[in-house]
Design a protein around this ligand. Structure first.
Ligand code: ADP
Ligand code: MG
Length: 693
């Protein structure tokens, strides 16, 4: 495709402002935009007109169906297509799409996870149009579907999805930001938005290998596989030149994304062999998340067309890096990024206040933030020396750390030789370049110049869980600081002095969460424990804080999730975890018995036969070492039987038992892989999957 054609196609399958202007009356567009931009309630009288316009536009672009597109608690997206066509008589039809069809849907909710919120006998669930995310068209090889982003809730109004609480959390943030900004004399009715740029990591392997691996097909990760001699130690993959087959894939992905108005920007090889990254330009939070969900789908679909499979699991291969999804998050007020220090004393004062609020939030609520990153896949990645540990800490970088250390130094206690003090609201900060802040890749939550980069979330996650948590805790924190600041005298000098004290006090009270050192080191684990920071290593430990009274109260106070909703989500996530681990156990057992054991037995038989016939022929040279191979194989087979029996028992117990039995079985199988003739080994090896594509 020519560059001009690509530019022309950008956003062509999105119901954009210019499409609205083309298909709708001026007044209707105005009312719709009022809802989209200012979150005003939707005027129901325009629904029919908007639906009609959407139908005309979508059909002109080849759509035959429409669907409400939503994000249930499964972690994926859901859709149920309806044709526009309705019969008007025998053999006659008319295309219909009413305001009612647009605004609300009634999918059978009984088969979606709800954590007991909705029993099957009251299966009704509702989807409702999310006006703030534009409708778009999904293309298939023979047609197209108009997709309307929606929220999903139960008959009684409880949330059953990831989008509803996210939208509520952006409202909580908006309220808190306005309250804080008012303290600084900024207009109190401004537009507060959170922004997100999610960097998506993924693996690509050849489809022929994937099809031979029941573990990849059913669990998304390899349960067995001996490390190849060469994996990532040469460090030659990261930012390496991209192979032709991969670049062809990436180009097609990008063209698809651009057509959907998704601003795919950066592409590169990642650290592990066969690992890659795609980063978009950041967007408003809700839209960025819808776009990331679509990006993951496009990655998977386009890979299939290229004879590849895209693996989004956090740890598809043991021993090489796993995949994360770095959530670059910030908040803006009236178009100004509040995490951008700016260049004048007023913006600096606001920046430092927001920074203090974030530090306070992360320290106070590290446990619930860690909860949001939990999951069976991410457990294999966090703390594995290539991803941040399960300890939540904040990285500020040397320059910003020095800045905050200088705040309030002129209170008379300034030690000799200390850097000059910084007076809030009077002095300006040194310009902070990205360069000086982004050198540490080992921190889970790093300040990177004008935003925070939360690196703990997993590659397969819907960012909504993480972002709604971040919004909730920061909203609470901002609001608490705003209460203190609002009580300060208004007179400028007194206000600045008071603000300085509040910031100083806040940072001092929460400085234990700031850590600029090596997050991968064992020393940090020790130090974090001494500082009293939580280290929640596994999903069950990490999810537990969701039930703490303190967190239930926090989410209820911010109107993001009611206690019943929090509890139901806890149940859903715990169940998902234990189901995933159980499936892994069962798949491993089946593979060990039906694939590994026959191969090892055949190898053992062949070696024993060779030893016997050599002995019969009176050959002695080399017999000793062949006998040794037979002994090793025999011992391996014995161990395999014992491990399988243990795993079988573990499957009737807890996920922790299954995981440890799985680890033992894996060690045995991976050793057998080294001992058995490669020609006989029934599974594609790491060296094939990671290097041949
Ligand atoms: P790196 O890999 O070095 O961390 P990338 O350039 O790959 O950086 O990704 C940085 C991401 O941060 C991009 O998606 C970018 O759009 C996003 N980003 C930049 N500014 C903001 C902001 N104010 N709010 C949210 N995300 C932002
Ligand atoms: Mg990147």
């Amino acid at each position: 495709m020519s560059t001009a054609a690509i530019a022309n196609e950008y956003g062509s399958d999105v119901f954009t402002l210019s499409v609205m202007q083309e298909y709708l009356a001026k007044d209707t567009v105005k009312k719709l935009l009022h809802t989209v931009n200012d979150h005003a309630p939707l005027d129901p009288s325009i629904a029919n007109d908007v639906a009609h316009a959407m139908k005309q536009w979508a059909m002109a672009r080849g759509a035959t169906h429409y669907t409400h597109w939503f994000q249930p608690l499964t972690g994926g997206t859901a859709e149920k297509h309806d044709a526009f066509f309705e019969p008007t008589g025998v053999g006659e039809t008319i295309a219909r799409f009413s305001g009612k069809n647009l605004i609300m849907g009634e999918p059978d909710a009984s088969s979606f996870p709800s954590g007991g919120l909705r029993c099957t006998f009251e299966a009704r669930g509702y989807t409702a149009w999310d006006v703030t995310s534009p409708a778009f068209i999904k293309r298939h090889s023979n047609g197209a579907t108009l997709c309307i982003p929606t929220v999903f809730c139960s008959y009684t109004g409880e949330v059953l999805d990831k989008k509803t609480p996210l939208l509520r959390s952006t409202q909580a943030m908006a309220k808190a930001v306005r309250k804080l900004m008012a303290c600084f004399g900024e207009p109190a009715d401004g537009r507060a938005v959170c922004t997100l740029g999610p960097e998506q990591e993924y693996f690509l392997i050849d489809r022929k290998y994937y099809l031979q691996r029941p573990d990849l097909i059913q669990c998304g990760r390899t349960l067995f596989g001996a490390p190849p001699a060469r994996h990532q130690q040469l460090e030659d993959h990261y930012f390496g030149s991209i192979r032709p087959r991969i670049i062809a894939f990436m180009e097609e992905v990008e063209q698809e994304l651009w057509r959907l108005g998704i601003p795919a920007k950066t592409r590169h090889n990642e650290v592990a062999p066969a690992q890659f990254e795609l980063a978009p330009m950041f967007e408003e939070l809700n839209l960025a998340i819808d776009h990331n969900m679509l990006t993951m789908e496009v990655l998977r679909n386009v890979a299939e067309k290229h004879g590849l499979v895209c693996l989004l699991h956090e740890k598809p291969f043991a021993g090489v890096n796993g995949s994360g999804k770095h959530n670059n998050w910030s908040v803006a007020y009236n178009g100004k990024n509040l995490l951008d220090p700016g260049s004048d004393p007023q913006s600096n004062a606001i920046f430092l206040t927001v920074l203090a609020a974030v530090i306070r939030a992360i320290d106070e609520h590290a446990d619930i933030l860690r909860s949001a990153t939990a999951g069976a896949g991410n457990d294999h990645r966090l703390g594995a020396n290539e991803a941040p540990p399960s300890i939540i800490s904040v990285f500020l970088g040397d320059q910003l750390t020095e800045v905050i250390e200088r705040i309030g130094l002129d209170d008379g206690t300034r030690p000799a030789g200390a850097p000059s003090p910084l007076r809030i609201g009077v002095d300006t900060l040194p310009p902070m370049t990205r360069d000086t802040t982004d050198r540490n890749r080992t921190s889970p939550f790093a300040f990177t110049g004008n935003k925070f980069e939360f690196r703990a979330p997993g590659s397969s996650h819907n960012c909504a869980g993480v972002c709604l948590t971040l919004n909730t805790i920061v909203a609470e924190s901002m609001s608490a600081l705003a209460d203190e600041i609002a009580a300060l005298p208004k007179e400028r000098e007194a206000f600045n002095a008071g603000l300085q004290q509040i910031i100083r006090r806040t940072i001092d009270a929460h400085s234990r969460v700031i850590f600029n050192g090596d997050g991968y080191s064992e020393a940090w684990v020790q130090e974090a424990a001494a500082r009293g920071l939580p280290n929640l290593r596994t999903t069950p430990e990490a999810l537990a804080p969701m039930l703490d009274a303190r967190n239930l109260e926090l989410f209820a106070n911010e109107h993001v999730l009611m206690p019943t909703e929090m509890r139901s989500r806890y149940d859903v996530f715990m169940e998902e975890y234990s189901r995933k681990v159980t499936i892994e156990g069962k798949v491993a057992l089946e593979m060990a018995r039906s694939m590994i054991e026959p191969a090892a037995t055949a190898e053992y038989g062949a070696v024993c036969k060779a030893v016997a016939s050599a002995k019969a022929a009176g050959i002695t040279a080399g017999i000793a070492s062949v006998s040794e191979v037979a002994t090793t194989l025999g011992a391996g087979l014995d161990r395999l039987h014992a491990d399988c029996a243990t795993l079988e028992t573990a499957l009737t117990r807890s996920p922790a038992d299954i995981l440890s039995a799985l680890t033992a079985l894996r060690a045995t199988v991976d050793k057998l892989e080294e001992d058995v003739d490669a020609a006989r080994w029934p599974l594609p090896k790491y060296r094939d999957m990671l290097f041949i594509y």
